[in-house]
Design a protein around this ligand. Structure first.
Ligand code: SF4
Ligand code: SF4
Length: 507
């Protein structure tokens, strides 16, 4: 990981005191998107980017509400894994050459395929400019899936997104195409409107075997109105009801937004823990990017970041979950994602793994996956954890119960027979849940070193595989919003022929 700059963790003697230069990195000017070398400064316990653009002048942006979390996260950095094949060679320099070019530092953990630009909502926070012009053809979708399997071999999850993917007239056929043996889960990321209103469709989704990632940003009319543009309480209740009744494996996605829904974070955690079919919860601190998000009235100096959301989880769950239960995900850049896994105990309560696992020793258990996959690496790690817990069970909270639950988990995940790739991904479900915090970047907190390690990618029909934050900020011209400047390098198609950047707004 490129940690250019003049300062290391040990140098930062007092993170809550005066101002320190922690390091330097590459960001962009929030006005003109010019790439800039910026100072990463720590002040009064928080982390800021300080920028100086020759055209637009000085600016600052909050990048972390907790300097200790930010500094410590770097100790979780680990080298990435190359894909079997890169899509192209680096030519003009990052982030022009997406991708992924042969200088990218991580393979695709989660491919997100935007199958339509139609939607049945127009959300103020949306990153996409819905053009209502295109549903992806089955042919293009086939070629994207083929390309992904060629590059990656196997893939734990593939997400179908949009627009609103359930508005694609052939969505069930797309799910069927993606349901190849090399792919563990097909996840439909949806606002849930159609699921709640169309029973036959919900039943068809159940039958398809797809998982649902339900956008759920709160539980009150005002929260929905601010973030999604209108009261969606009844629609979300209907979607949640259908998912529960049909026992469709569900992930919740909660865009955590300052002043809109930050007080409802604990209730989302409660819902995760109450419902067996809900496997994971993904908090996304709002990023002010894209067609809607770029215009959302957020303050770059007073916004939610990962440690701020963790803080609210602790406060709003009465300490059932604590800050110390969360760890940076080493797979992407450690400032991108934080997570905790929760193990189901024999009495059906959930206990965070962090209460009995030392993640600085057992880092392989920190994975970009909603549940733990049954592969050789996890098998070995769980064995070692069981030995460790056995030796320390008197010191560990609910030690003997933890040991029993771990043994049950091991037995369920690793039966005495070979598992298919799909079974490996799914067999641990029900024994462990997860909470992820994923902070997408915008022009205020953009950090090029994070982008180079990105593992959430948008595969394109033309063969490119676009790291998500770079795509949203620079390459998906249509998503930028009419008032957002477009960087010069983002206007031209990288590597020449056959590339179309669809720059619609802001040019
Ligand atoms: S973000 Fe990755 S793929 Fe894109 S140009 Fe940079 S190194 Fe290459
Ligand atoms: S999408 Fe953005 S925040 Fe997420 S891993 Fe990629 S660079 Fe990091």
């Amino acid at each position: 990981m490129g940690r250019s700059g003049s300062c290391c963790v040990a140098d930062v003697a007092d993170l809550s005191g005066g101002e320190h230069l922690f390091k330097r990195t590459t960001s962009v000017c929030p006005g003109c998107l010019r790439l800039l070398e910026v100072d990463v400064v720590i002040r009064a316990g928080k982390v800021y980017f300080r920028k100086s653009c020759p055209s637009c002048g000085l600016s600052e942006a909050l990048v972390s509400e907790d300097a200790r979390y930010y500094v410590r996260a770097y100790s979780f950095a680990r080298a990435g894994t190359e894909p079997l094949h890169y899509s192209q060679q680096a030519e003009h320099g990052c982030p022009t050459d997406c991708g992924v070019c042969d200088e990218h530092e991580q393979h695709t953990c989660l491919p997100i395929i935007e199958v339509t630009d139609h939607c049945n909502l127009e959300c103020p926070i949306c990153i996409v400019n819905n053009q209502y012009s295109t549903h992806m053809s089955l042919e293009d979708f086939h070629s994207i899936i083929d390309g992904m399997v060629r590059r990656e071999g196997t893939c734990e999850s593939v997400a179908l997104s949009g627009g609103e993917p359930t508005s694609h007239p052939q969505i069930l056929e797309l799910i069927r195409i993606a349901g190849r043996p090399e792919i563990g889960r097909v996840v439909v990321i949806t606002n849930g409107l159609r699921l709640g209103r169309d029973r036959a469709f919900a039943e068809a989704i159940k039958k398809s075997g797809a998982y649902v990632a339900l956008q759920l940003d709160g539980f009150t009319a005002d929260a929905h109105e601010k973030i999604r543009g209108r009261d969606l309480v009844a629609d979300k209740d209907a979607a949640l009801g259908a998912l529960k009744e049909l026992k469709i494996p569900t992930q919740l996605v909660f865009v955590a937004t300052r002043g809109a829904n930050e007080h409802q974070i604990g209730k989302a955690v409660d819902l995760l823990l109450e419902e067996d079919h809900i496997l994971s919860l993904n908090f996304q601190p709002a990023a002010f990017t894209g067609f809607g998000g770029g215009k959302y009235p957020g303050d770059p100096m007073d916004r939610l970041t990962i440690p701020g959301v963790i803080q609210r989880v602790e406060e709003q769950t009465g300490g059932r979950l604590k800050k110390s239960d969360f760890f940076p995900l080493p797979c992407s850049h450690p400032q991108c994602v934080s997570l905790t896994y929760l193990m189901r105990m024999e009495d059906t309560s959930y206990l965070p793994f962090a209460r009995f696992v030392d993640f600085t020793r057992f880092g392989t258990l920190l994975r970009s996956s909603a549940t733990l996959p049954a592969n050789a690496e996890i098998h070995e790690a769980l064995h070692d954890v069981i030995h460790d817990v056995f030796a320390r069970q008197d010191e560990i909270e609910r030690g003997p119960e933890v040991l029993a639950a771990l043994r049950g988990l091991l037995l369920q995940m690793f039966p005495d027979r070979p598992l298919t790739a799909r079974e490996q991904v799914r067999i641990g479900e029900g024994r462990a849940k997860s909470i992820f915090l994923h902070h997408y970047m915008d022009r205020h907190d953009f950090d090029l070193e994070r982008l180079r390690k990105c593992c959430h990618h948008y595969p394109q029909a033309d063969g490119r595989v676009m790291p998500a934050c770079g795509f949203n900020m620079f390459h998906r011209g249509a998503a930028k919003g009419p008032d957002t400047a477009v960087a010069e390098f983002a206007r031209r198609a990288p590597n020449g022929a056959g590339r179309s950047l669809r720059v619609v707004q802001g040019t």
